[in-house]
Design a binder for this molecule. Structure first.
Ligand SMILES: C[S@@+](CC[C@H](N)C(=O)[O-])C[C@H]1O[C@@H](n2cnc3c(N)ncnc32)[C@H](O)[C@@H]1O
Length: 276
């Protein structure tokens, strides 16, 4: 039942899954009129319709999430649309806010001349009521050797060996993440216009799920979440509306993890907007 890709619309497909089965949902939905050449990002007649659809897929996602499970949702303000702000306001009126991560993409991504250049995306984290199991140790960040050398000299610590051991574990990650977005020449790139870096998804999966847990990505795209989940021994399920991306993800998963996902894409055309 798991470790496979479903080609279809994520709302009915998630409605078919058992309730409270997933520990983690990693959702990188269409942004709404940011990737203007992509039908899948521009198919809502209005902001309001996009927001209504967002609340629908989030409801479906929250149903399959276990108590204490986390839902990560990507979004950006890149253009003049304020949709992400409305999305955050409306979704946190319905569900429990858990965190807001700023993903610093390291390089600006929009040619706006009347403001600062946008360089970050946001990752809204919602939680389903219950105890969250969060593994902060799994995503510690190493100190530089020069920092360690300086810190162990601190005379306030009586036991330098214990201090060294502590420093070598690294520091806790904050909710400000500087992870460069993928450039055209990146070796990771497989041809999806919104492919996310593996390191970004790794941090989410490592901190917010354990081996054997089910991780669902309702907007699988090129398969980044599946590759990470497979490598980290999680169970996973990816849903993607466009057959061409299903094929792209399947090839990538096989190449990067050896996992075969044989199921052929369904022949019916996925509904992208009229049903929303
Ligand atoms: C922002 S991209 C995800 C990229 C992905 N995180 C990656 O690293 O490759 C959003 C994806 O959602 C897909 N999509 C759009 N509407 C969908 C729907 N209703 N159900 C499932 N997938 C959908 C699009 O085809 C697109 O591939």
């Amino acid at each position: 039942m798991f470790n496979r890709i479903i080609c279809g619309d994520c709302i009915p497909e998630m409605n078919n899954l058992p309730a409270e089965s997933a520990r983690l949902i990693v959702a990188d939905p269409p942004y709404y009129n940011v990737l203007t050449k992509e039908d899948w990002d521009t198919s809502w007649p209005s902001e309001q319709e996009y927001l209504t659809w967002t609340l629908q897929w989030m409801s479906a996602a929250m149903r399959v999430l276990m108590p204490g499970g986390l839902l990560y949702c990507f979004g950006q303000l890149g253009k003049r649309e304020h949709v992400m702000l409305h999305l955050m306001s409306q979704s946190t009126s319905n569900w429990q806010f858990h965190d807001l991560i700023i993903w610093d993409r390291a390089v600006g991504y929009s040619n706006r001349y009347d403001s600062f250049t946008p360089a970050y995306e946001m990752i809204l984290v919602l939680r389903k009521d219950g105890d969250v199991r969060f593994n902060k140790d799994a995503v510690r960040e190493p100190y530089k050797q020069s920092t360690i050398a300086q810190y162990v000299k601190d005379k306030r610590y009586k036991n330098p060996d214990a201090r060294l051991q502590h420093l070598q574990k690294g520091k806790y990650a904050t909710n400000l993440w500087r992870i460069p977005s993928l450039k055209g020449a990146s070796k990771q790139k497989v041809g999806h216009p919104s492919q996310k870096p593996l390191a970004l998804i790794e941090r989410i999966v490592l901190s917010s799920s354990e081996a054997g847990d089910l991780v669902i990505d309702p907007f699988l795209g090129s398969g980044t979440t599946a590759v990470v989940a497979e490598k980290l021994n999680r169970q996973w399920l990816g849903i993607e509306a466009l057959p061409a991306y299903v094929t792209m993800a399947r090839d990538r998963i096989q190449k990067e993890t050896n996992r075969q996902t044989h199921e052929p894409p369904r022949s019916r055309k996925p509904r992208l907007s009229s049903s929303r």
